[in-house]
Design a protein around this ligand. Structure first.
Ligand code: ASN
Ligand code: ZN
Length: 326
């Protein structure tokens, strides 16, 4: 016989349960419970063993360590963007715990997502402050997790630059939403609190004006191109930033900025919703290039806001301005 334990064959049972293993839909009239974050912040104590010592978990009051509190709050703001703007329960859509470690290594000038958690360095103190100081950087790292669970863009060349850009997009949206800024009011900078006074620059990157974020004797000049005429076709190895993933991301970053300001209002509601729909829509290959991504956003804009509407026009115009589309 069927030998099953339930009434439905496996595939139907899966569908009845809904995506991402969620349980049944709430009874009619009942409000769906608001998803809540599950955060834990650890202290790597300037070592490289992860996650380190647990210093603050969900619901606990602020602690003495400022970096731990910044990480806790930034994780909360990022969770809130995904949950409240897009109805997504954490990075995986299934309530994934958000784990972060602060004080990673000594003089560590970076932050990263290691496939399972976020990691933040304190900066060297000479050129860089703590990497928890910028909420958009926290949103950036967490969004690498979101991308891993959705489009899964391969971290090399154009799909890698899309992976990087999507992290900047939602990182910036975390900040814009927290500050209640419209697309016009936002600064469109990534990491605007990371540089010390010693650095000639305003941030790690500018989505509005790629290539203008810094020009400094020690750090060099911001290498990002603003359109395809400046695309850097680099070797696909780690010494060359995996084919310029943090360089060429300037192109889709600026396309997002142009789409968001073209649509107007709150960027997380217009362009952000379109980019979110593309990331979660399942229609793109893991090695998608800029053109495939651009076409998907135009299609998603039409599907979400009306085919041939102003949003679709704004998105198409944005990709044309950065010379990804004619
Ligand atoms: N902060 C960088 C990033 O998230 C670290 C890295 O390249 N993995 O893109
Ligand atoms: Zn990144």
């Amino acid at each position: 016989g069927l030998g099953g334990t339930g009434l439905l064959p496996g595939d139907l049972r899966e569908r009845a349960r809904g995506p991402h293993g969620s349980t049944r839909a709430p009874a009619q009239g009942a409000a769906a419970p608001a998803p809540a974050p599950k955060r834990s912040i650890h202290d790597a104590q300037q070592g490289t063993t992860l996650p380190g010592t647990l210093v603050r978990s969900e619901g606990q009051a602020a602690v003495a360590d400022e970096s731990a509190n910044e990480a806790y709050d930034g994780l909360g703001q990022t969770f809130a963007l995904y949950a409240e703007a897009y109805g997504r329960n954490s990075l995986d859509g299934a309530g994934l715990e958000l784990v972060a470690s602060v004080h990673y290594d000594r003089d560590f000038d970076n932050a990263f997502w290691d496939g399972e958690q976020m990691v933040f360095g304190d900066g060297d103190g000479e050129y860089f402050n703590s990497f928890t100081d910028s909420i958009d950087v926290i949103g950036h790292e967490l969004t690498h997790g979101f991308t891993q669970f959705t489009a899964g863009f391969t971290y090399v060349a154009q799909s890698g630059a899309l992976n990087e850009s999507v992290s900047d997009v939602f990182g910036s949206l975390v900040k814009q939403r927290a500050l209640k800024q419209t697309a016009e009011q936002a600064d469109w900078l990534i990491g605007d609190h990371l540089f010390t006074d010693k650095v000639k620059g305003v941030a790690l990157r500018s989505m509005k004006d790629p290539g203008t974020a810094y020009d400094d004797p020690h750090l060099g000049k911001d290498p990002q191109p603003a359109d395809m005429a400046g695309y850097q076709d680099l070797p696909h190895d780690e010494q060359n930033d995996n084919g310029g993933v943090h360089i060429n991301s300037g192109i889709p970053n600026r396309a997002f900025y142009l789409a968001a300001t073209g649509i107007g209002g709150n960027a997380w509601e217009g362009a952000g919703q379109i980019w979110f729909d593309v990331m979660t829509g399942g229609g793109l290959a893991k090695d998608a290039d800029f053109t495939a991504f651009a076409e998907a956003t135009i299609k998603a804009a039409g599907a979400r806001f009306g085919a041939g509407g102003d949003q679709e026009d704004a998105v198409r115009q944005a990709w044309s301005t950065v010379k990804v589309l004619p």
